[in-house]
Structures are given as structure tokens and as C-alpha cells.
Write a protein that binds this ligand. Structure first.
Ligand code: TYM
Length: 331
């Protein structure tokens, strides 16, 4: 039996990129790996590395939990929880910070990008964030971590930290492997296809939110930037906008990109976009309906309580052993 762990940070709105890069992969893995255990959490501690409005943070945290389930996770087989409800994440995060070098954190491209954008008032937790992320994973002896491409570097650092700890203190942490989908691991912005689709973006035309209504989805796909070649072809270098749309189609429909290209090779961009818009609508609207049923339900609260209890039990035991290994405390 293997354990699969992943998380999403409740900042901005959840996008189609989060769904295709992470949530959908998680659902597929769950269907494929019936003997494995699945731990999934909302990384709210990660959200506060940048300023959040408390009421919005709390709402988004629950939104993500409900969305995970609405996307088709098996309720019985998922340990669904909220990161801040398990205090051991922060405790282990500090211990792992003490096993992480400044130089390693300085090399993280996400930190570099974010700090460049923000320029002033950069918090120290934004800098040490990857050590907390490593704790999220190592705390639960995760074998596999399904994530999008942008988290690859953080996963590599997690592996380095785990190996370093194991080398010094003796085998203790499972060294996790990232699972990055072949198609859909990097969904790009619809207006600037050289940039990742991001939930923190101000330009709402560039991303599809998981909460967008039918009209908005269609409008955004129709106005997605393409090129003047007027030929349906998969060429990320010269036709990045179109390549992104083909990727979205293939990823939602669980088909190969080549298959989609073959089907549409004689179509106009307009017709292709119309069909794609419908594919996205047909995918998102039923998810939204399930989300609406879940968000105010007692069932969601019960599942989060159960998830908290299971995760907490696991985390408590792992931390007790961890402190012993390091020499912290009296016994
Ligand atoms: P976050 O919240 O930014 O993103 C959540 C997941 O969505 C993926 N993703 C994308 N995939 C494809 N195309 C995109 N445009 C796109 N944008 C985002 C991300 O790769 C991620 O898998 N630090 C993490 C959250 C986290 C975590 C963890 C993940 C905290 N602890 C432990 C795994 C394990 C983050 O900020 O992801």
C-alpha cells in the first residue's frame, strides 16, 4: 500500500489549471490505485505567507475542500483536512527549516518570481515556505505527490531535505516522488500563453475559474489569444496559445493531443474554440452543481472532522518519533 499526499493553497480563485494539473490527476490516481491511501489538504498556512482578508481566507478554504469532493474524489477513501488544524505541520516545518540551507531557498523560482512582483513587505515565511511544504509531505510518509509542473522544484527540495535528514539521523522519512501529468501539468494563461494560468492573476480574461458560469467560460475561450497561422497544429513554440487550448481539450477529454489535432486539422480556430468551450462547460457545470450541494452541507463538515482526526493521529505519532530521533525533549 502506498500513500499519496497533495495540497492546494487557498489564495485567489481555483482555476482550470489547478483542476487539470492537480485535482483531476488525483481523482484519476484514486480510480487507478484502489489499494492506496489518499491524504488531501487545504494549505491555509501557506496562504498567510501573503496578506489575506480573514473572512475570505476562511471561505476559500472551505470552497477548496468542497471543490475537491465535487471534482469526484471518493469520500470514503480520502482523508480530507485543513492544514492549520494539524499543528504538527508547523512543528515539523521548523525542524525541516533547520535542515534547509539559505542558498536552497534563494534558488526557488516561485519565491524569486513572487518577491520580484511584490518588491516590498516580503514576509520571512514566504521565504521558508518550501520547508513547510516539505513538512506537509514528509509528515505523512508520502510515497507519491501529484502536482503540476510549477511545484516540481519544491518537490526536489523536499527530497533533498528528506535525504539529508535521513543521512544524519538515520532512516526516518520516506523520500517522496512527484507525479506530474504528461498532459495538463502546465496550463497557460489564455491571454498571455507564455505565462502560467494563475489564480492570483488580476486579469480575469486570462484564466478560467472553477466557479465561472457558462457565459464567462465561453467568452474567455472565444477571446483566447491564438495566432495568424490559421492552422490547427500542436506547436508550443510558434503557436503557444493554440497549443494551450489543445492541451486543455486533451486533458479534459482524456485524449491525446494528436488525436484532437487529427480531428480538427481542417477546422477553423473559431469552430475549434466553440467545441472546446462546450467541452469545458460540460466539465465544469456538473462540478459546480455538486459543489453547491456540498458547500453548506453537514457532510462536508463531518468529512473534515474525520480527516482532521485521522491526519492528526498520524502526525502526532510521526512527530513523537521525530523529536526522539533528533534529541528534543526529555525522552
Ligand atoms: P497551488 O495552490 O499554487 O496549486 C495547487 C496545485 O495546482 C497546480 N497548478 C497547476 N497545474 C497546471 N497548470 C497550472 N496553470 C497550474 N497552477 C497550479 C500546482 O502545481 C499544484 O499542484 N505549494 C503548493 C500547495 C502545497 C502542496 C503541499 C502541494 C502546499 N503543501 C504539499 C503538494 C504537497 C501550492 O501553492 O500549490
Amino acid at each position: 500500500m502506498k500513500r499519496i499526499v497533495s495540497g492546494i493553497k487557498p489564495t485567489g480563485t481555483l482555476t482550470l489549471g489547478n483542476y487539470l494539473g492537480a485535482i483531476k490527476q488525483f481523482v484519476k490516481l484514486q480510480q487507478k490505485r484502489i489499494d492506496d491511501e489518499f491524504f488531501l489538504f487545504v494549505a491555509d498556512m501557506h496562504a498567510i505567507t501573503t496578506r489575506q482578508v480573514p473572512s475570505e481566507l476562511r471561505k476559500r478554504t472551505l470552497d477548496i475542500a468542497a471543490m475537491y469532493l465535487a471534482c469526484g474524489l471518493d469520500k470514503e477513501r480520502t482523508v480530507l483536512f485543513i492544514q492549520s488544524e494539524i499543528k504538527e505541520h508547523v512543528e515539523l516545518g521548523y525542524i525541516l527549516q533547520s535542515n534547509t540551507y539559505m542558498g536552497e531557498l534563494e534558488r526557488m523560482t516561485q519565491f524569486k518570481d513572487k518577491s520580484q512582483r511584490q518588491e516590498t513587505s516580503i514576509t520571512s515565511s514566504l521565504f521558508t515556505y518550501p520547508a513547510l511544504m516539505a513538512a506537509d509531505i514528509l509528515l505523512y510518509d508520502a510515497d507519491f505527490v501529484p502536482v503540476g509542473d510549477d511545484q516540481k522544484q519544491h518537490l526536489e527540495l523536499t527530497r533533498d531535505i528528506a535525504n539529508r535528514f535521513n543521512n544524519y539521523y538515520g532512516d526516518f522519512f520516506v523520500v517522496p516522488e512527484p507525479l506530474i501529468p504528461e498532459v495538463g501539468s502546465r496550463i497557460m494563461d489564455l491571454q498571455e500563453p507564455n505565462k502560467k494560468m494563475s489564480k492570483s492573476d488580476e486579469m480575469d480574461k486570462g484564466y478560467i475559474s472553477m466557479f465561472d458560469d457558462e457565459a464567462s467560460i465561453k467568452r474567455k475561450i472565444r477571446s483566447a489569444v491564438t495566432d495568424s497561422y490559421a492552422k490547427i497544429n500542436y506547436d508550443p513554440e510558434n503557436q503557444p496559445g493554440l497549443a494551450n487550448l489543445l492541451t486543455i481539450y486533451a486533458s479534459i477529454a482524456d485524449r491525446s493531443i494528436q488525436d484532437i489535432v487529427n480531428e480538427y486539422k481542417d477546422s477553423s480556430y473559431k469552430d475549434f474554440k466553440e467545441d472546446l468551450a462546450q467541452v469545458v462547460v460540460d466539465c465544469l457545470i456538473p462540478i459546480q452543481e455538486k459543489y453547491n450541494e456540498l458547500i453548506k452541507s453537514q457532510e462536508l463538515q463531518d468529512l473534515l472532522d474525520r480527516g482532521r482526526d485521522i491526519a492528526s493521529d498520524f502526525a502526532f505519532k510521526k512527530m513523537r518519533k521525530c523529536k526522539k530521533k533528533i534529541g528534543l525533549g526529555r525522552k
